[in-house]
Design a protein around this ligand. Structure first.
Ligand code: AMP
Length: 284
C-alpha cells in the first residue's frame, strides 16, 4: 500500500492506473469500524480503493474541536493496509490550502438546515475539500456513511450539480452492540457520558418503532427522541423529522422521513439518525 502526501504524487498514481476503477473513502482519520465498513465496500466494488486522511480545518468553526480532534495516523495507515486499500493520501494542511488559497464551494439550500444551521460554514468547508479531493483522486465512486446523513445528501447534490462524475454512495451506520453510533468523537466520552449517550439511539429506535406501528405525523417522531433524552444528562441541540432527499422539515404526515438529532454529551457533540420509509440504496 502506498502512502502519498503530495497532490502531484496522487495525480501520477491516478495516471498510472487510468484504466482501473477507483473507489474513494474520504476520512478525517481516527478510524473505527464505521470507516472500515466504507473501505471494505470500496475494496469490494473496485479495482483500487483509496482512503484520504485529512482533518480539514475549513469545516470546523472557530470554537469547535479542530485542535483537539483525535489523530492517530500510524494506526490509521495500518488499518487501511489491513483492509486492502491500494493507497492512502494523507496531505499536510498547506498541501490542500496553499498560501493565497481563497476559492470556496458553496452548497445550496440543502446545506442550510440542521448541521448547516448549527455549524455555519461547515458544509462550505466540506464541499470545498471534497471538490479538491475528487479532482485530485479522480474516483469513479466515493463512499460516505449514513451517520452524517446531511453530508451525504450535500455531497450527492454537489457531485450532480458540478458534473463531477463521481457516484456518491451511502453506507449504513455502524453501531456499537448497545446501539451507540460509532464516531471518532466517542473516545472523548467518560463512562458516565457514554451511558447517557445511549438515550440518543434509543430515542431514534423508538421513533422507528412508532413508524413501523403506522405513525406518519412528524411530531410524535420528534417527541420520541425528546422523551427518551429528557433527564438523561444529554442536551439536545436539535431533533428533526425531515424529507430524506431535500432535508426540508416535515409539517404533515409523510411516506418517508429521516429523523436526525445533534446533542451535547458532556463536552462532546454527537449526531445520529434513522431513515424511515426509504432504503439508503434509493438515495442517490
Ligand atoms: P469522518 O472521519 O468523521 O469525517 O468520517 C468519514 C466517513 O466515515 C464519513 O462518510 C462518515 O459518515 C463515515 N462514518 C463515520 N462514522 C460512521 C459510522 N458509525 N458508520 C458508518 N459510517 C461512518
Amino acid at each position: 500500500m502506498k502512502v502519498l502526501r503530495l497532490v502531484s504524487d496522487v495525480r501520477e498514481f491516478r495516471i498510472a492506473s487510468a484504466t482501473a476503477s477507483l473507489g474513494f473513502v474520504p476520512t478525517m482519520g481516527a478510524l473505527h469500524e464505521g470507516h472500515a465498513s466504507l473501505i471494505e465496500r470500496a475494496v469490494r466494488d473496485h479495482d483500487l480503493a483509496v482512503v484520504s486522511i485529512f482533518v480539514n480545518p475549513t469545516q470546523f468553526g472557530p470554537h469547535e474541536d479542530f485542535a483537539a480532534y483525535p489523530r492517530d495516523e500510524s494506526a490509521d495507515i495500518a488499518a487501511c493496509e489491513r483492509l486492502g486499500a491500494a493507497m492512502v493520501f494523507a496531505p499536510a494542511a498547506l498541501e490542500m490550502y496553499p498560501p493565497g488559497d481563497a476559492t470556496r464551494v458553496q452548497p445550496g439550500a440543502i446545506a442550510e438546515r440542521l448541521e448547516g444551521a448549527a455549524r455555519p460554514g461547515h458544509f462550505t468547508g466540506v464541499a470545498t475539500i471534497l471538490t479538491k479531493l475528487f479532482s485530485i483522486v479522480r474516483p469513479d465512486a466515493a463512499y460516505f456513511g449514513q451517520k452524517d446523513f446531511q453530508q451525504l445528501r450535500v455531497v450527492q447534490t454537489m457531485s450532480r450539480d458540478l458534473r463531477l462524475g463521481v457516484r456518491v454512495v451511502g453506507c449504513p451506520i455502524v453501531r456499537d452492540p448497545d446501539g451507540l453510533a460509532m464516531s471518532s468523537r466517542n473516545r472523548y466520552l467518560s463512562t458516565v457520558d457514554r451511558r447517557a449517550a445511549l438515550a440518543l439511539s434509543r430515542g431514534l429506535f423508538r421513533a422507528r418503532e412508532l413508524w413501523e406501528g403506522g405513525a406518519r405525523e412528524p411530531d410524535p417522531l420528534r417527541n420520541a427522541v425528546v422523551r427518551y433524552t429528557d433527564g438523561t444528562g444529554v442536551s439536545l441541540e436539535y431533533v428533526s423529522a425531515a424529507d430524506p432527499l431535500t432535508l426540508e422539515e416535515l409539517v404533515r404526515p409523510a411516506e418517508r422521513a429521516v429523523v436526525s438529532l445533534a446533542a451535547r454529551v458532556g463536552k462532546t457533540r454527537l449526531i445520529d439518525n434513522v431513515l424511515l420509509g426509504i432504503r439508503l440504496e434509493e438515495i442517490a
